[in-house]
Design a protein around this ligand. Structure first.
Ligand SMILES: [Zn+2]
Length: 184
């Protein structure tokens, strides 16, 4: 199945946010050894579920239509409403962090987190989808957590969010060097 159900109370499935079908789904072998945290920057933070669904559609439009990618780039996104929005899902090659797209879960906290911190419920939702991934064999229990900026020249996920995730367990200050023959 391309988008297997996720048994969490606050999951918003693709049909619920009005996702288009991906152009292509490519799987990689689980469990993923890395989790990479992003912010959307644009769109900004969303408060209501309706606004968060809109934000998801706008990101999918940008990634799939403007950039020509297969789908929204992220595996999951987290809304200001505390919900987890289903992106590409686990073990599907993403488009969020070159060299890591086929070995990571990419989680985007919707909003601009350079100076503001996402709400507690957003942070909890991000941690909940990681925990779910481990419990269901999608994420390596010994995974390493990075901010996008650690693997690419970008501000993402914003200073404030980056400082926050650097206190989380599994955060790694020194990303593992990906071997040349693994780059795709
Ligand atoms: Zn990013």
């Amino acid at each position: 199945m391309s988008h297997p159900p996720i048994n969490l109370p606050n999951i918003i499935n693709r049909s619920d946010w009005g996702a288009r079908e991906p152009k292509l789904i490519e799987h990689f072998n689980r469990p993923a050894p890395y989790v990479i945290i992003h912010h959307s920057y644009i769109p900004g933070a969303c408060e209501t579920t309706d606004d968060c669904k809109k934000a998801m559609r706008s990101m999918q439009d940008f990634h799939q239509i403007d950039r020509g990618w297969n789908d929204i780039g992220y595996s999951f996104a987290i809304g200001g409403d505390g919900n987890i929005y289903y992106g590409r899902g686990f073990n599907v090659v993403g488009a969020h962090a070159p060299k890591y797209n086929n070995k990571s879960v990419g989680i985007c906290l919707i909003g601009d987190w350079r100076t503001e911190l996402p709400s507690e419920k957003m942070l909890k939702a991000a941690q909940a989808i990681i925990k779910y991934g481990i419990e269901n064999g999608h994420v390596d229990p010994n995974y390493e957590l990075y901010g996008h900026r650690q693997v690419r020249n970008t501000e993402c996920p914003g200073d404030r969010l980056f400082n926050e995730i650097s206190t989380w367990s599994h955060f790694s200050p020194n990303p593992t060097e990906i071997r040349k023959n693994e780059i795709r």
